[in-house]
Design a protein around this ligand. Structure first.
Ligand code: FE2
Length: 517
């Protein structure tokens, strides 16, 4: 049981790293110099103190119509934006070690007739409720948060705190807050009240996991939600679920793959589920002994390749495994099949840094971390060969596209990107790439703005792939508040509308657009 929990814990750590690597938070100070100190000539697009303010806790919940608006909300935008992320960076004044140990807080912004209404609620997980009642940290976090009292207090404590902070989806009539190492929490779509853990009507068993990166694809089989769960170990089990629009299970298969797996995301094509098995090692001992968080027990092995696993959607077909240069992928943009090949666009880091305990994520040395960059991997299954091509060298993360193109060839990609052209830095721009022509558009929020994940909302009468809007929550350091920025996806230059919230929302993770609510 202990080893199972350890495995689950270590699985979750990846969440920690992609933010560290890419964009925002994090920790790791291998030396004590800041980027500014290490290279005084480097002109930064932001100030560290501005960036840090976006990591203050937001303990309040809100419910109001947004009336402070620059520009005009397009009346054709009808539906709700749901997003998730850590709302608390401390518990009773005790700082958590990393933002991804923070309790999930849901923000919903509903649009109708050119008006917008905001609600925010914490997911009332068992851990949130008990810790808020106690006024102190009661759980170790996967990302290094420890209970006070040193290792003797933490040794052999491997119980999970399902913090429900990574993504939120609406499927089969259920609004679900996701955290990849445990069951989803179901919420009331109107009030955001937490209804409890959800097994998807028995598809999942108590104690099982459900990843935070489901894919919704529509093809000859119909429209489906496809998601996975990983039980890592010396060999790893990958379970994949396909659900119909009512949330009923259409297909489940489980495959074993050699080696430890540290997989946060996947992609789906007409015939394959595709996973990148990053070359990492995991030593659980310091975690079990109460010395380190599970995420601080992962190491990157650059001598080993990244394995690309292609699991056929047809369960009777054998798994294929290809190799490419060592790198680390948290997020994929898209994948599709064409002319006998499979193409995968992903954000890839050259390496995965060791994560050190006793560090402060607010003092992260961005300069010491490789940037996330957009790569295209071309998989020739006949030749068992992988070619890779750099599509965008600027540090970027959170890839988004028109959801109708998921699993298919596509042209336009939207990303959060650094304002400076090289190196790792906070995300301060929304970048649109035309993958057919190489043309780029940028909306720049620097120096005082820090962008979150872009979400593409198709225009209801869209005839072109990029006809619609890009929505992103942006932290405005000038006013210590967040704005919901609406961009015309065909012309990013000036926001169509900027909705000024009455408060800030700490930097978050993922979300989704729901037309029905
Ligand atoms: Fe993610």
């Amino acid at each position: 049981m202990v080893s199972k929990l350890l495995n689950r814990n270590c699985l979750t750590i990846y969440v920690k790293f992609y933010v560290e690597l890419s964009n925002k938070p994090c920790e790791t100070m291998p030396n004590l110099s800041t980027p500014e100190q290490a290279n005084p000539a480097l002109e930064l697009s932001y100030s560290r103190s501005d960036w840090q303010q976006g990591y203050l806790s937001q303990p309040q919940e809100f419910d109001y119509e947004i009336t402070d608006i620059t520009g005009t909300i397009p009346p054709d935008i009808k539906g709700s934006l749901f997003r998730n992320g850590p709302g608390l960076l401390d518990i009773g004044g005790e700082y958590i070690h990393h933002p991804f140990d923070g309790d999930g807080m849901i923000t919903a912004i509903a649009f109708q007739d050119g008006l917008a209404h905001l609600k925010s609620r914490f997911v009332k997980t068992e851990g949130y409720v008990t810790e808020q009642a106690a006024g102190k940290i009661l759980y170790r976090g996967v990302f290094g948060t420890q209970k006070q009292g040193g290792w003797l207090t933490n040794i052999f404590d491997v119980k999970l705190k399902n913090i429900a902070n990574t993504n939120i989806i609406y499927w089969g009539g259920k609004l679900l807050a996701l955290w990849e190492a445990a069951l989803p929490h179901r919420l009331d779509p109107q009030t955001l009240e937490t209804l409890g853990l959800d097994t998807l009507d028995g598809i999942l068993q108590p104690g099982e996991a459900f990843a935070a990166h489901p894919r919704i694809v529509e093809d000859r089989r119909g429209k489906r939600l496809i998601n996975f769960a990983i039980s890592p170990g010396i060999s790893s089990k990958i379970s994949i679920y396909e659900l119909d629009q009512q949330g009923k299970l259409l297909q489940k298969q489980t495959r074993s793959v050699p080696g430890f797996s540290f997989i946060h995301d996947f992609v789906v094509t007409e015939n394959y589920y595709i996973f990148f098995q990053n070359p990492v090692t995991f030593n659980p001992l310091p975690f079990a002994l109460g010395i380190r968080g599970a995420g601080e027990c992962v190491g990157f092995d650059a001598t080993k390749p990244t394995k690309i696993l292609l699991i056929p959607r047809s369960p009777d077909q054998p798994l294929r495994s290809l190799s490419t240069k060592a790198g680390f992928v948290f997020h994929h943009a898209n994948a599709w099949e064409a002319e006998g090949k499979v193409y995968v666009d992903s954000i890839c880091y050259e390496s995965f840094p060791d994560v050190e305990p006793n560090s402060d994520f607010r003092e992260i040395d961005f300069a010491s971390i490789d940037p996330g960059q957009l790569w295209r991997f071309s998989l020739d299954l006949a030749q068992n060969q992988v070619d890779r091509q750099l599509l965008e060298s600027r540090c970027c993360e959170f890839p988004a596209l028109n959801p109708q193109n998921a699993g298919k060839s596509y042209r336009y990609l939207y990303l959060g990107a650094a304002a400076q052209p090289a190196g790792n830095a906070p995300l301060q721009q929304i970048l649109k790439l035309d993958l057919a022509t190489g043309a780029k558009q940028i909306w720049n929020a620097a120096p005082k703005g820090f962008v979150g994940e872009p979400i593409f909302v198709p225009h209801p009468q869209a005839e072109q792939e990029d006809q619609g809007w890009v929505l992103s929550l942006v932290y405005d350091a000038d006013n210590h508040r967040s704005d919901l920025v609406i961009l015309d996806a065909q012309n990013l230059s000036n926001p169509v509308a900027r909705l000024h919230l009455k408060h800030h929302i700490p930097y978050g993770l993922h979300g989704s657009w729901v037309e029905e609510i």
